[in-house]
Every structure is written in C-alpha cells, then in structure tokens.
Design a protein around this ligand. Structure first.
Ligand code: SF4
Length: 343
C-alpha cells in the first residue's frame, strides 16, 4: 500500500537542514475573498545544495521565498501557519531586528528585475558599498574597495573603471551581475534567486546560471533557484520541488524528475521544453490556465487540465505520496504516469 509522506519527508525536507520551510501557509485577504497562495509547503536546502522551485506564475513559489525573506508578513499578506527554520530557529518567531540581521548576512535574495531593484540615481559601486557600510560599519574607502572586488568576482569587466557608473549604463545581464554582487556581499549562507534570468536572452541566461553555480560552489552556499523554466535549472540543481496552486505536487532529485516525472503537471512541463535527447518529438503545451487562488478547483487542483484525470480526482485531493526516499508526488495515479514514461 502507498504510504503518505510525513511532513518532514514530504517535500524533500530533512530535519536539521540549514533552511527548512515546514508546512507553510500564506494567505492574501482581498475584497473578493481569501486567496490561499501557499498551502502547506515543506522543503529544505542545505549548505552546498541547490534546490530548484518550479511552477507557473501564481503557483506560490515566489510568495514562499518572500516569506522566507520576511518581506510578506503584512496586510494583505498573512502567514496562516507553519515554520521557517534557519539553523533550527523559527524565523517567524524572531523579533524584526534579529530578522533584519539574518536578511543579507544569513539569507539573501536576488530579484527578477534588476533595473527596478537598483536605485537609478546612485552609482552601482556606491550601492554595493552601502551593504558593507550599513551592515558592518565599514569605512567609505574600504567599502568601495570591497565593491570593486565583488564586481570583479561577478565578472564585470573593468570593474575599477566602472564602479562609478549608473545602472542604466549597464546591459541587463551586467545589471543582474550587480544584483548578485549585492546579494553575496555579506557572505550569506543561503541565496535565493527569484527568476534571475527571465528578462535576459538565452546566452546571458546560461552565463548567469553558470555564475550562480560557481559562486555557490566556491562559498558552499545553499541555493534556491525559483523559476518557471525547467530547462534553465537542469544543469545546476540537485533537487526540484514542483509547485502548483500553492502546493508542492512533486519533489525529486533532479535526475529522477528529468528521467521520468511522477506527476502529470511535471510531465507536461518537461514535455514543453526542447531536449536534445528527444529530437523530432513535438513540443507539448499544457492546456488551460493556472487555478484561480480565490476559487480553487475541488479535489486535485490540477484536475481541469489533467490528461490522467479520473472521477475521484474531482472530489479527493491527493496527499503527497511516497515514491521512494525523498521523492514524492501528489497524484493518485503517479504509478501510471511513471509507467507511461518507461514505455
Ligand atoms: Fe491528474 Fe488526478 Fe493525478 Fe490530479 S490526482 S494530477 S487530476 S490524475
């Protein structure tokens, strides 16, 4: 008989990991009702490990990350349950001054849109240097030196000459490098990158992913990569959590998911990216739209779009079933999905 994963096992989480998100629930109170944006998410990441969190817009992947960073717990957002433990301490119970210290020094984040995240009226070097001045009280001269070192580290050519340039004088890829420099300035133990390459062309995307992987290796950071694009994370992630409608629907070591997904949604995502080992295959597009969080479908939230749907899917919400080890799928018919991939 199929077992249901325990909370800890459920999403590839293991007790004692550097960062553990445990059964997190986040809601937004709107005029039209309560939107359950995150619905019992559990995952973990350890030092030196890369977790890719995958899903369409509205799946809850970015809301979870923003909650980890402590930038969401204010109206209309509300943390309705769960814990976020960093080194075993629940961040949700810490006073704001301690939380602020962890932000930047313990856990740091790179946002999607570097142009709006950077201040247009200050030179980039000044903005990087501010991290040291604000958090460490470093002198102006020393902070500027460190800013140049960091610009070098993220491979901005002629860093010394460009330290006084403004954000608009850099390309999109270079601006994203500057954001990464700011995010790693204080040597965080965990780096969260939220769609860090979405606005960039394919070549630059690969370069930024390569840079993140290299920085992670060099400093043994835990890395959480949030993306809607499975193709972008294939080479760099150790494990994947696939999110849909605020829940994790599949978690797996990256190789296992690529080889043979165990949830129809992951399968659809995988079939919609071009793969060199599937030459000649037609690309697939998942039909339908992501669920409306104010009016979630009954039973399995994926049922309106699912080619494997049976009658009970409309009424019975699937738990996260154990497949093996830390692998899980929230699909009643995961065996069938796996079997299809093997033929
Ligand atoms: Fe599809 Fe049913 Fe599985 Fe949901 S539980 S993914 S509707 S087969």
């Amino acid at each position: 008989m199929t077992e249901v994963l325990s909370e800890q096992m459920g999403s590839g989480s293991h007790a004692g990991a550097l960062l553990e998100v445990d059964n997190l629930h986040v809601e937004f109170r709107t005029r039209a009702g309560v939107a359950k944006a995150v619905n019992g998410v559990t995952y973990s990441v350890d030092a030196g490990e890369t977790l890719a969190v995958l899903g369409e817009s509205g799946s809850g992947k970015s809301v979870t990350a923003q909650t980890i960073m402590g930038i969401l717990d204010m109206p209309p957002g509300k943390i309705a349950g769960g814990e976020i433990r960093f080194r075993g301490v629940d961040l949700l119970k810490l006073p704001e001054d301690q939380r602020r210290k962890i932000r930047g020094e313990g856990i740091s984040m790179v946002f999607q849109d570097a142009l709006s995240a950077l201040n247009p009226v200050f030179p980039v070097g000044w903005q990087i240097a501010e991290m040291f001045r604000m958090h460490r009280g470093t002198s102006r001269g020393e902070a500027k030196k460190k800013a140049i070192e960091l610009m070098d580290r993220v491979r901005i050519p002629a860093a010394k000459e460009r330290v006084n340039d403004f954000p608009h004088q850099f390309s999109g890829g270079m601006r994203q490098r500057i954001m990464i420099a700011m995010a790693i300035a204080l040597d965080p133990e965990i780096l969260i990158a939220d769609e860090p390459t979405t606005a960039l062309d394919v070549t630059v995307q690969a370069q930024i992913m390569g840079l993140l992987a290299e920085l992670q290796r060099d400093s043994n950071m835990g890395l959480i990569l949030i993306t809607h694009d499975l193709g972008v994370v294939a080479d760099v992630a150790d494990k994947i959590a696939v999110m849909y409608g605020g829940r994790i629907v599949e978690n797996a070591p990256v190789y296992d998911l690529y080889k043979n997904p165990a949830h129809p949604y992951s399968k659809g995502l995988l079939e919609s990216i071009p793969r060199v080992d599937h030459k000649g295959h037609e690309l697939y597009a998942i039909k339908g739209l992501p669920p409306n969080l104010l009016e979630m479908p009954t039973g399995c939230a994926f049922h309106p779009r699912c080619p494997y749907r049976r009658d009970n899917c409309v009424t019975d919400a699937p738990p996260l079933y154990t497949i093996s080890g830390t692998r899980g799928s929230a699909c009643h018919y995961w065996r069938e999905v796996i079997d299809d991939g093997e033929h």
